[in-house]
Design a protein around this ligand. Structure first.
Ligand code: DQA
Length: 146
């Protein structure tokens, strides 16, 4: 059976494509899902994309990944910069974790420069637009093949 990758997305990313397109681009989360599924199939992986506007729900999704997923790709959105709870949850997960940001957060406001999730992430991709999710999927394939 193909290894499963969970792609978790935090608050406001349900509005991807409509939300500040000058920063986050025109692609929707459904487009991201379709691209990631295609790359996953090419790599012999499976993937499931989730989004929540609620911190506790993202914690629950990470707990579910403990039994269901070989790796996690996560864009925690604004919770990146605030959530010890999401970091703690990721620290209960044994497989690879890749953090994705659509925008180049280090070029933006100072409050976006620190990430709690980066304390756990095995790789961080920022500033590649939604293509960052595809890059993360490819890196996940490389990490799981090791
Ligand atoms: C983001 C960057 C965060 O600072 C912001 O709060 C987001 C999206 C990104 O993908 O660039 O919601 O994670």
């Amino acid at each position: 059976m193909a290894q499963m990758i969970h792609i978790l997305n935090g608050p406001n990313l349900n509005l991807l494509g409509k939300r500040q397109p000058e920063i986050y681009g025109a692609a929707t989360l459904a487009d991201v899902q379709a691209e990631c599924s295609a790359v996953a199939a090419e790599l012999g992986l499976d993937c499931a994309l989730m989004q929540s506007n609620h911190e506790g729900e993202i914690v629950e999704q990470i707990h579910a990944a403990r039994d269901q997923a070989a790796g996690i790709i996560i864009n925690p959105a604004a919770y990146t910069h605030t959530s010890v709870a999401i970091l703690d949850a990721l620290n209960t997960f044994d497989g690879p974790v890749i953090e994705v940001h659509i925008s180049q957060v280090h070029k933006r406001e100072a409050f976006r420069h620190h990430s709690y999730v980066s304390h756990r992430a095995d790789a961080v991709i920022a500033g590649c637009g939604t293509h960052g999710y595809v890059l993360a999927m490819r890196q996940m394939g490389a990490l799981l093949a090791k």
